[in-house]
Write a protein that binds this ligand. Structure first.
Ligand code: MRU
Length: 361
């Protein structure tokens, strides 16, 4: 996607020993890029949410392994890179998917080949993510066209939560890919953007993305979605996910579950867009997904731009009150209308997933 007319991905190789990323902690106020020069830099970028979003976490971990192999291509260094990167964030399964794939390619290969092999495989993971998200966009676009066809030219209103756009992936996004494609082909579309407390990925990242691409959107408080659904102002919801279990349960940014409940109560279709790297075939229920517990500071403080352009963090809660901050929740499969994947759409059930990915039967 483009920023100020210049095409960007969220992660890119710089020569064959560094990796560039967009510093997402500075958006939407500042657009800054950073260079990752070591496996530790990659681990820090994931942990500090300089990069975030399940597919991008996976791609960054892959480059993290590649950076480790540049420094030391021993078995011990490979194991260490795997373990350090695997510890960075607990919920997005793409992290483990990417690490497994990198280790599979590198283990049992001569040391002198590993650095080049790792670099090439990380680049392949990033390139594939772009193509997978493009395919998700094309399949999701069919759904948007169908809903739009019933509206006689009136604007299609889509609600999304958190950021499952190109900033969460390498390009295009998952939930937002169909929206970009609909906009590009001239479908009248408007997006309700949940602000997504406490880190506000909706207000800061999704709104930034949509605005940069010229897609009409409105930021709403997380609590407002149910109201707009009751008022008939949401035609469908599309969200991304950090992990889908083999029975179709969906872990996504905290607050997704409440939106799915409201959608069910109001008969609003609720779709989840995902690459197959987000499916955890080893878990049979969302109850087993590890939920990241994040610092209460994200809840009790807020960072924003001052009139002079500087950034400042302020306390917003009663001094001394504790806070709890689970990063994700689990939406049971029964509340999900369907999955949009790179191989097409399916029912949000284990059977539905296996019909698209029969190799996991
Ligand atoms: O904590 P984050 O910002 O990494 O979480 C990302 C999300 O939960 C996204 O909403 C998402 O749907 C998964 S990434 C496409």
């Amino acid at each position: 996607m483009k920023i100020n007319g210049k095409p960007y991905r969220t992660i890119w190789p710089i020569g064959d020993a560094k990796v560039g990323v967009i510093d997402q902690t500075k958006l939407p106020h500042r657009f800054e890029t950073l260079e990752l020069a070591s496996m530790q830099d990659a681990a820090h970028a994931i942990k500090a949410m300089i990069v975030r979003g399940a597919p991008l976490i996976g791609a960054t971990a892959a480059y993290g392994v590649a950076l480790a192999m540049r420094a030391d291509a021993s078995d011990e260094a490979l194991d260490r890179a795997h373990d350090v990167l695997a510890e960075t964030r607990p919920t997005a399964i793409n992290l483990h998917w990417a690490l497994k794939r990198m280790c599979g390619v590198l283990r049992n290969r001569p040391r002198e080949e590993r650095a080049a092999l790792a670099w090439a495989e990380a680049a392949r993971i990033a390139d594939e993510d772009v193509e997978v998200c493009r395919a998700i966009g094309e399949h999701g676009l069919k759904i948007l066209r169908e809903v739009a066809a019933k509206k006689n030219g009136a604007t299609l209103n889509v609600l999304t939560h958190c950021n499952a756009g190109w900033l969460a992936c390498v390009d295009w996004g998952t939930a937002l890919a169909p929206i970009y494609m609909a906009h590009d082909e001239g479908l009248p579309i408007h997006v309700w953007v949940d602000e997504t407390r406490p880190r506000n990925q909706g207000a800061s990242l999704t709104a930034f993305e949509l605005g940069s691409h010229g897609v009409k959107h409105t930021i709403v408080a997380d609590n407002a979605g149910g109201h707009y659904m009751q008022a008939g102002q949401v035609d469908l919801c599309i969200v991304g996910t950090d992990r889908v279990t083999a029975n179709g349960d969906v872990a996504n940014k905290i607050g997704t579950y409440l939106k799915a409940l409201a959608a069910k109560d109001n008969g609003v279709p609720f779709y989840v867009a995902l690459p197959s790297s987000t499916i955890d075939w080893t878990l049979s229920s969302g109850r087993d997904i590890p939920i990241e517990e994040r610092s209460a500071d994200e809840l009790l403080k807020m960072t924003g731009r001052l009139p002079d352009g500087g950034l400042a963090t302020v306390e917003i809660a009663a001094p001394g009150s504790p806070g709890a901050n689970p990063g994700f929740d689990v939406t049971p499969a029964r509340l999900v209308t369907g999955f949009i994947t790179e191989r097409g759409t399916c029912a949000a059930t284990g059977e539905g997933l296996r019909s698209l990915f029969p190799e996991n039967r």
